[in-house]
Design a protein around this ligand. Structure first.
Ligand code: X8Z
Ligand code: ZN
Length: 610
């Protein structure tokens, strides 16, 4: 941004000028032999410059995502281009301090300048422009996407909100198949763009010294890229037995309902029957798999609807939870500026998101809220982002982020784990808590959300890492995708998926270029956070019955972790809340242990696997 270019290396430039003027040995020339002070000045100037450009990019992006037009798309791309170009330039300049002994804070900011870039661009400005235009176009394509069933046009076409409702509620395989295929007619349009996007961003990553963009992404976890890949795999192995048990049970139940011809017992599950467009969350088919003798007997969707909640009321309820554990209420601007419902008269990106437009004070969410359990959960998820953003607002710009990206995704979810029957009774939504004998039903419903998600959480970036590295070439995008879907999730497409299609592009985070390992980490970490906060709150008994609602002490400890932002390696942040320094799937395993025992008993005579 021209108006902000004055920030560029202010301090360094001044030192150069002085050294040129004085031309003496005492004047320090940062080009020749930079000092620790030069490094600090450089970082300070980088913070100021990126913050200014970041705010502009966020405003432009907000307007675009709330009002998709040719013009807002171009303006957002331009603002992002300026931000990315500056990030890349600064990341390269940071290398001049490689051999300089600096204080730890400065050293970490110099590192973050490089490794925290998710869309590295080539330094050639025309290529940066091409990249950001492609990115903005793919995002808009997703936001505008509609499936028009045969003969339908205009109002009769279906957007993702309408399709989501059909996928969740219909039990007619033909109708489910129709929208499943239909939604995927919206993504082939960006297949070529994506190929070019991969080329350009890889070039940017290589200029920064990484083999490809995937390696750059994996370098952002305070360990080597290879060590991170191994870490993800380690956690996956820890939870795999749980997923296999759930898969086996659910497949058998679906076969009972739809027939073994639709759901053969020795094959992956057809992807359109799991109640979710990406088969990433199976909560919506709970009624098909509920245990006869342990169904908890309530459905949160019905409860919030019966209680007359509207979208705003659901958000207020989420805020109330955070207030109960000691966080300040959200600012007025949050309520004035957020988008809570889908506008009728314009196109918006409905995929839920949380924003920190400026300084940690201008917080917003953008969501097309429907009054149901899924969105009640997602509201807590999004608010978790906002409270995190506010907690680290006094950190330097480069430290305003979560300990690692999994932490950001885990906070609101950890809070939502406290939405227990006891809490619903407290809210007046439920008359009485179901007895302990109903725990199997409660846990099974939780597992359809949390356990079913795990393989999806891992495979999205297995695909992208493969695409960025070239292991999955551009003419095998779809084949590579479905091989991973089968390997990890044990699901299969309900019809032929050729290379004329682009099924990964029908999931928001691919066109949106949002790394996905964060959600896998979050799925594990949230249970670790929950276990720790429950202990702090003095809870006794099973973890699935623990709510930290009202525990100021749990909130205080949570805040200690949040306000660190990314100023320290993530194990330090984890330790601040949990006392542990490793990501550890024993928390999710413990949480679901009674269910696993129950599932294994039910599966005893079944042949599992795919
Ligand atoms: O994208 C999201 C959030 C916004 S960060 C709504 N999630 C992932 C998804 O929808 O695929 C939350 C769960 C996983
Ligand atoms: Zn999120």
């Amino acid at each position: 941004m021209r108006t902000h270019s004055g920030h560029r290396n202010n301090a360094c430039m001044l030192a150069v000028v002085i050294s040129l003027l004085l031309s003496t040995a005492c004047a320090h020339d940062p080009r020749a032999n930079p000092s620790a002070d030069d490094a600090r000045s450089f970082v300070e100037a980088a913070n100021a410059r990126l913050e200014a450009l970041g705010v502009r990019a966020a405003r432009a992006e907000w307007v675009k995502a709330n009002f998709i037009t040719v013009d807002t798309e171009a303006l957002a791309a331009e603002a992002y281009e300026n931000y990315i170009a500056a990030s890349v330039e600064l990341a390269k300049q940071a290398a001049q301090f490689n051999g300089v002994e600096t204080d730890a804070e400065t050293r970490r900011q110099l590192e973050l300048l490089k490794r925290a870039i998710t869309m590295p661009a080539p330094s050639d400005r025309a290529l940066t422009q091409e990249l950001t235009q492609i990115a903005a176009g793919m995002d808009s394509n997703y936001g505008k996407a509609q499936y028009c069933p045969e003969g339908a046009e205009g109002e009769d076409c279906l957007d993702i909100i309408e399709i989501r409702a059909i996928t969740a509620e219909s039990r007619d395989p033909a109708a489910l198949l129709d929208v499943w295929i239909g939604w995927r007619t919206t993504s082939p349009a960006i297949r070529d763009d994506y190929r070019r996007f991969v080329e350009l961003t890889n070039q940017g990553a290589q200029e920064l010294g990484y083999p490809d963009t995937g390696a750059l992404w994996r370098s952002n976890y305070d360990m080597s890229p290879d060590a991170f890949a191994a870490e993800v795999d380690r956690l996956w192995q820890q939870v795999l037995p749980l997923y296999e048990s759930l898969h086996c049970y659910v497949r058998a139940k679906l076969a009972e309902f739809y027939g073994e011809d639709q759901v053969p017992l020795d094959q992956p599950i057809p992807a359109h029957l799991l109640g979710n467009m990406w088969a990433q969350d199976w909560t919506n088919i709970y009624d098909l798999v509920a245990p006869d003798d342990a169904d908890p007997g309530y459905d949160l969707t019905a409860l919030v609807q019966k209680a007359g909640y509207d979208p705003l009321g659901m958000v207020r309820s989420g805020e109330n939870f955070f207030s109960s554990i000691g966080f300040e209420p959200l600012p007025d601007s949050f309520w004035e500026r957020s988008l809570f419902t889908k506008p009728q008269d314009r196109e918006v990106v409905c995929h839920a998101s949380a924003w920190d437009v400026e300084d940690g004070d201008d917080l917003r969410i953008k969501m097309c809220i429907e009054v149901n359990a899924e969105d009640f959960q997602t509201i807590h998820h999004e608010l978790g982002h906002n409270y995190y953003q506010r907690a680290y607002k006094d950190q330097p710009y480069l430290f305003r982020g979560s300990a690692n990206d999994g932490f950001h995704e885990a906070i609101g979810d950890a809070i939502a784990l406290s939405v227990t029957p006891a809490y619903l009774v407290e809210l007046g939504l439920l008359d009485a808590e179901p007895p302990p004998s109903k725990d199997v039903g409660l846990l099974l419903r939780d597992a359809l959300g949390k356990v079913a998600f795990l393989p999806f959480g891992i495979l999205v970036d297995q695909w992208r890492w493969g695409v960025f590295s070239g292991e999955i070439p551009a003419d095998a995008y779809n084949a590579g995708w479905w091989a991973l879907r089968e390997k990890y999730q044990g699901i299969r497409p309900p019809d032929e998926r050729g290379e004329d299609l682009f099924d990964p592009g029908a999931k928001y985070h691919i066109p949106g270029n949002t790394p996905y390992s964060r959600y896998f980490l979050a799925a594990i970490l949230q249970f670790q956070f929950h276990r720790a906060m429950c202990e702090i709150a003095g809870h006794e008994g099973p973890l699935n019955r623990c709510t930290i609602y009202g525990s100021k002490e749990a909130g205080r400890r949570l805040n200690e972790m949040l306000e660190m932002g990314m100023s320290r390696p993530w194990p330090d942040a984890l330790e601040a809340l949990t006392g542990e320094r490793e990501a550890d799937a024993t928390a999710i395993r413990d949480y679901f242990a009674p269910l696993q025992a129950w599932l294994d008993e039910k599966n005893a005579s079944r042949s599992c696997g795919w």
